[in-house]
Design a binder for this molecule. Structure first.
Ligand code: BGC
Length: 368
């Protein structure tokens, strides 16, 4: 018997999610991360890559392809700076901010305002990974995509061991496990999208990165030496497929996430000390948890995944918009006010939340 009853709400929310994503894709392919939240009216590499993945899973290859065109254009326009960043990294220096790939761009491809934690190495890695998803799903990979993939691969191969802001745009002094995972997932996609780029330094860096990330024992940590766990570590199993969800290390990680970050109502927090808008439950992480359960497929896992989907559906407003996070069970509610004063209500809709919902829903329907 199918565990997922394709409810009327699910059908409507899925159609709405796709419509919101496409309505906020610029003609050149860029996605606005959060169209009504002023700080998010930019196109992020990370958000866009996860959105493109969801589109490819749904068979929307043309829209995903337009996003890859947009990234390829901005990478090509950054090639001189990227080459300098590689040289600087070779000399043991951090790249000049004018040279590195930024986390968020304006639709026209110019970097977003500088008052932002712009140096994030996971974004380009996740983009490369999403190009691999595009190729494997049957999307067209163009010569411009392959050239951009090769440039990004050289950049990441040179810089992967440098500290950078993480997926939550925080803690720049650390090398984050989740960032290493995004980069490794990206470098592994070269096999599919640009095998010719896997020469010399890039191949050596990929091996060294894999050894650093995957050799070892015990639960994965937010960064080496940090006693805490982070919800973005779910991505190692799903969607990146870097580790088997049944492996001892990932099982230990998942057990910690379930114990420390999954709220009694089923939503997933980013990490215990999170104070951004009070540290609510994030929809995109709850979707990742559902996808992890589906991939593990132990008895009861499909029901657990379906519960994740239902939880996300329950967060939709009457207008069907999905937020970035919900504050009902915020870890640090005393911090909500300061963020609301600074930036207004937290982002809603968030395209990445809608994309995550679509991806989990599709995988759940396929598994039922
Ligand atoms: C999140 C990032 C995200 C950005 C735009 C930030 O608050 O921490 O992961 O890329 O919002 O959605």
């Amino acid at each position: 018997m199918p565990v997922l009853d394709p409810s009327a709400l699910g059908e409507r929310l899925a159609a709405h999610s796709r419509a919101v994503i496409l309505a906020n894709q610029a003609p050149n392919g860029a996605f606005l991360a959060g169209p009504t939240f002023p700080q998010y009216q930019f196109a992020w590499l990370r958000d866009g890559a996860f959105i493109a993945e969801a589109l490819d899973l749904a068979g929307d290859h043309a829209a995903a392809g337009r996003f890859h065109d947009w990234v390829a254009g901005l990478v090509a326009g950054s090639r001189v700076g990227l080459a300098r960043a590689v040289t600087d990294a070779g000399a043991g220096q951090a790249p000049d901010p004018a040279d590195y790939l930024h986390c968020r761009y304006r639709i026209d491809g110019s970097p977003g305002p500088e008052d932002w934690p712009t140096f994030q190495l996971d974004g380009p890695g996740i983009w490369l990974w999403s190009l691999g998803v595009h190729a494997r799903a049957g999307g067209r990979v163009t010569a411009a995509h392959r050239q951009a993939a090769a440039l990004v691969a050289r950049y990441l191969a040179a810089l992967w061991a440098h500290p950078s802001y993480d997926a939550w745009e925080e803690s720049p002094e650390h090398v984050h496990t989740s960032t290493l995972a995004g980069i490794l997932a990206g470098l592994r996609a070269l096999d599919t999208v640009a095998p010719e780029a896997l020469a010399g330094d890039v191949a050596a860096a990929r091996d060294a990165l894999a050894a650093r990330l995957l050799a070892g024992s015990g639960a994965f940590a937010k960064w080496d030496g940090n006693p805490g766990v982070d919800g973005s570590l779910l991505w190692l199993a799903a969607p990146y497929r870097l580790v088997d969800p049944r492996s001892e290390r990932f099982a230990a990680t998942l057990a910690r996430i379930e114990a420390e970050l999954v709220s009694p109502d089923g939503g997933v927090h980013r990490y215990r000390a999170d104070t951004y808008y009070g540290g609510g439950e994030w929809l995109l992480l709850t979707a990742a948890l559902g996808r992890v359960y589906l991939r593990r497929d132990d008895p009861g896992d499909r029901d657990r995944a379906a519960a994740c989907l239902r939880w996300i559906e329950a967060q939709a407003g009457a207008d069907l918009a999905l937020p970035e996070q919900v504050a009902t069970r915020a870890l640090h509610p005393e911090h909500i006010g300061e963020w609301e004063e600074r930036w207004g209500a937290s982002a809603r809709p968030l395209l990445w939340s809608h994309a995550s919902y679509l991806a989990l829903r599709r995988e759940l329907l396929a598994a039922s």
